[in-house]
Design a protein around this ligand. Sequence first.
Ligand code: PMP
Ligand code: GLN
Length: 385
Amino acid sequence: MLSFPSKLPAQGVTIFSQMSALAQRLNALNLSQGFPDFAAPEALLDCLVDATRQGFNQYAAGDGWLPLREQVAQQFVQRDQVQLDITQEITITSGATIALYCAIQALIHAGDEVIIFDPSYDSYAPAVELAQGVSVRIPLLAPDFQVDWQRVKDSINSRTRMIIINTPHNPSGAIWSRQDWLTLIELIEAHNIVVLSDEVYEHLIYDGQRHYSALSFPELRQRSLVVGSFGKTFHVTGWKTGYCVAAPELMRLFRQVYQFASFCGNTPCQVALSQFMQQHPEHIQQLASFYQQKRNQFNAGLAQSKFMFTPTQGTYFQNVDYSQIRPDLNDVEMCQWLAEQHKVVAIPISVFYAEPPKNLRLLRFCFAKTEQTIAQACEILAQVN
Ligand code: PMP
Ligand code: GLN
């Protein structure tokens, strides 16, 4: 008798695959999985065609295409005044997901504890489980998804090996202030704890606020890995190209694992991104205002509906409270109902928790959409009651 026990026995198909499939099946407006429904910049697509035609179709260096690492380094100098050694401190990866995964596999040993704030991006906890680590899930505080610092303090012990930060935060859109970082530094200073900072929405930040990278704090420089994604920044989530940045010793450990998880990222995408970044620095400079306009359009529409919300501070997600509409439905049921009755698909927030708070009545909508799609969504949502 054959027997192949699962290494993730409780794990189903991700919510993103489920909801995008539901949208397709019902031919509904898909505001669930986070991806743009508009084209990537024409010049970036040209760079990709050129890269393939010029023959950049074989393996890249395992650590990544050097000119792209230079571009990442330049971002950190300009924004955070942090100098990175591009040979030892930056690795280009096949997306952010694999970078997060490899960072966790590289650093977590059996029995190590990893602090994760809930609601949390769905890939963190399974990666910890596969490393035989123990996730310590700490709920963020309602209604603004702030950190419960007392609880963090109480959770830290000699087995705590990692804390995973995500700012701007998916799914809430909350961002970490400088004070949040300073509090973290104080709490972990005396402990052997590594910070894994998921900063894939680093450029999507609104209302004049700014992003603080873990690496911008000298106290965290030797103990942090920062993960980013070109997919979010350049409207090409399907290119699956991201990066990991860390001090040399942490990066050495990261690369030991990454070389066998993927070896290297997609070559023509790396070449194209580096060329585009050199030629079009304005793309990143204008990204926050580009998305802030979309947020504002979506918020103006939502204001005409019975959904309640606070304008999101970062990411391309807007959370809404539907308790004035169908308080009798939990959020998974509400998503199903919205999809079936109104042909619009969202993501339920409860799925990002180990233990969802009772009576959570929140949904996440993605507004990385064309003006027309947002207008259409607003029209639908205004009718929901
Ligand atoms: N982290 C967060 C918080 C995300 O929202 C995403 C979404 N895509 C990722 C990581 C993964 O990024 P990538 O598509 O580059 O793997
Ligand atoms: N990060 C995207 C989201 O939160 C989805 C990525 C995925 O499908 N794994 O919607």
